[in-house]
Design a protein around this ligand. Sequence first.
Ligand code: SAH
Length: 266
Amino acid sequence: MKQRPSFPVKLDTDHQKKSHKNPASINWIESDRTGHTLNTVSLTATGLGLDSSVVRKNMVKRLVESGLEDNLVLTALETVERHKFLDTALANQAYEDTSLPIGFGQTISKPNVVARMLELLRQGKNLRITGKLGRVLEIGTGCGYQAALLSYIAKEVYSIERVKGLHEKARENLRPMRIANLHLLFGDGMIGYAAGAPYSGIIAAAGGDNIPQPWIDQLDEGGRIVAPMSVVKGTQSLVVIDKIKGEIRKSVLEQVNFVPLKAGIV
Ligand code: SAH
């Protein structure tokens, strides 16, 4: 088996540092799929953390109602505290099915879309054979939320971000979670990350006019890419690419709305 590479950036395991981002009490707003507010639940601090698990359970219930069914993905969404990846002012909207700003002009995708993409990633051929996703590459770490989810469904996760400020923000958000199988990288994800290849899955949170060739080259046999792409000018669709016996198969699925995939670092 190929030796694992060493990484330019690894998560710190800082036991002392506690996150001070969250206030002692938050009014959680629950909404239905149309974004209408269902009810407001006020939760207060329990010990060091906030008991937001009830609101997360309800979010997952709504995901199930909308047709999502992969238990591993749903468990990850029930476990990872989305509000910890958002600014305090937005934390009360964390469990609504809505995309939210994360700074630097970028957005975190809505839970429904995140869950859908993770389900698709897990339906690749590799997984059907081995029952597990091996190494996964995420393009666009953003605030680190999806990277945390990926760490539950794959053995090893490499997540790359081109905006330095966001890369640092993700490190800060993820540090208290001490996720050993997640590696954060700062760089241009359009060229993938050859040192970690081959990947059984590649997932992108930003879309361009095509799927960059390095992603296809770095995809393992039986691996799958799930990414937004502009198939028809002016619109964006979710695209799935499978590598089967060296052959590339592309499927175009529903329309989505992601931030643009950009070259270079800032
Ligand atoms: N998965 C993220 C979503 C972030 S939005 C989350 O859970 O928060 C998409 C991200 O892709 C943005 O942060 C943007 O800066 C990043 N991005 C766009 N083009 C990129 C590229 N070429 N390489 C790496 N990241 C890129």
